[in-house]
Design a protein around this ligand. Structure first.
Ligand SMILES: NC(=O)c1ccc[n+]([C@@H]2O[C@H](COP(=O)([O-])OP(=O)(O)OC[C@H]3O[C@@H](n4cnc5c(N)ncnc54)[C@H](O)[C@@H]3O)[C@@H](O)[C@H]2O)c1
Length: 419
């Protein structure tokens, strides 16, 4: 297992353009569920692709991902022990060995990993969200600008942009079919996700990294980590990003120590520059009304974006347009098909700036629910509240630490007002 520098001899230029049927070398950074899925999809694209390097904070995660990928693609995996990098720093060596990188560690690391990939001149597939706080979004925006200058291709895992039903309804909305849009609704209300119990002998850093969903510096809270999908669809409708928001939230049911410091519900009203409002809810509570959806209320018609349906409210909500297909497309595969096609044929494709700006929408929503204040996008972007630990090491302390009884501080609106 390599943990010291192992730099390949690939030139930056090779990373920028690959001629038609050249073999593209892939590195996977963050070998969990989604990273392994994304690598599988990258390896299924047309043309020669080989996985040559992997990096993960934890050896067990890397090895289990490698085992699965080897079963799926026996001839496309070439990751000997010296190209498996474990720990916080391995991403640099893995990126250096590849033409294309998949970035799928917890979102708090995305700015660091994306900036490095762009600095090394590599094409990128990166999962959403792309940051968890203002300084992180700012860093991704800077790297996004650099990636465009370098003609790098970047796809962000906001896969609705690669789903024909969304693309078709969006085309109609942007062509004016539903009229002017001044109100939007979006939800990610469901039962929540996994939790990892604390194990004997773990340092605080290891515990938080294993149970990453429940710590803001790693996940951004679920309003950023999951709800970004729905916020992003509304931004796509508006072709703009909210400038202001107010909200409320808390933790009412998911209150145990194992749930770290995040809330279990948020409700936020976002405002766009033209005065339009987006009403957003996200909830992780079992036994309640669930919905993962987006809706736009137009001056003429109503659009159910997630259902790919347009209705006429003046005619008993009659359906006036519906997306139908007999050939469903897997958007998770399409993201990679488009990315590799763009790389091989030098087509324009760069989602990074939109990914960063929609991530900022989620972050400002969280700041609004945590503080209870009116929150401006520009203040969050300029905020110097950097949640990342000052040092990344197993014995280094994260910024948010439990008290002597194992409880983390939970933000209290009206009291915790720093933005
Ligand atoms: N687009 C989608 O529909 C979708 C679906 C699921 C997850 N995701 C996103 O994918 C990302 C990963 O989620 P997941 O469900 O795969 O989580 P996961 O916990 O299964 O995987 C994360 C992996 O990253 C590793 N890791 C942690 N810190 C690291 C570091 N500093 N360097 C390298 N590796 C590190 C972990 O050990 C783990 O193996 C998240 O951003 C999540 O929001 C997107």
């Amino acid at each position: 297992m390599a943990s010291t520098a192992f730099l390949g001899s690939l030139s930056l230029e090779r990373g920028v353009h690959a001629a038609g049927d050249d073999e593209l070398k892939l590195a996977l950074i963050g070998c969990g569920g989604r990273g392994s899925g994304a690598a599988n999809q990258a390896l299924k694209t047309a043309g020669k692709v080989k996985l040559v390097a992997m990096a993960d904070a934890f050896q067990d995660r890397l090895e289990s991902s490698l085992g699965n990928l080897r079963q799926q693609h026996p001839t496309k995996i070439d990751v000997p022990p010296e190209r498996r990098f474990v720990g916080f720093e391995g991403y640099k060596q893995a990126i250096a060995l590849a033409d294309v990188v998949v970035l799928a560690a917890p979102p708090g690391f995305r700015p660091l990993h994306f900036a490095e990939a762009v600095n090394q001149g590599k094409h990128v597939f990166m999962e959403k969200p792309v940051a968890v706080d203002g300084p992180g979004v700012k860093r991704v925006l800077a790297a996004a600008a650099e990636s465009k200058q370098k003609n790098l291709k970047v796809v962000v895992g906001l896969q609705r942009h690669y789903q024909p039903g969304y693309l078709e309804i969006m085309k109609r909305i942007h062509d004016g079919m539903i009229g002017d849009v001044y109100a939007l609704r979006c939800y990610w209300n469901d039962q929540g996700v996994w939790v990892k119990e604390r194990e004997a002998g773990q340092s605080e850093m290891e515990y938080q990294m294993r149970n990453w969903y429940y710590f803001v510096w790693l996940s951004g809270d679920h309003i950023v980590e999951q709800h970004v999908h729905n916020l992003d669809v509304c931004n796509w409708v508006k072709q703009a990003y909210p400038t202001k928001c107010v909200g409320m939230g808390g933790r009412q049911v998911r209150t145990g120590k194992e749930y770290g410091e995040i809330y279990d519900h948020h409700a936020v009203e976002f405002e766009y520059e033209d005065g339009a409002r987006m009403f957003s809810q996200c909830r992780h509570i079992r036994g309640c009304w669930n919905s993962v959806s987006e809706h736009a209320i137009g001056s003429k018609y109503l659009a159910d974006l997630s259902g790919h349906v347009i209705r006429d409210p003046s005619a008993n909500n009659k359906i006036v347009w519906r997306y139908r297909t007999t050939q469903p497309v897997d958007p998770y595969q399409k993201e990679h098909d488009d990315l590799f096609d763009a790389i091989r044929n030098n087509k324009p494709l760069n989602d990074a700036e939109n990914g960063a700006r929609s991530t900022l929408t989620g972050v400002m929503g969280r700041v609004a629910t945590y503080t209870g204040q009116v929150v401006l996008a520009e203040d969050v972007l300029e905020s110097d509240i950097d949640t990342m630990p000052s040092k990344l090491a197993w014995d280094a302390p994260p910024k948010s630490l439990p008290d002597k009884d194992g409880w983390y501080k939970i933000s209290v609106p009206g009291k915790d007002v720093a933005i």
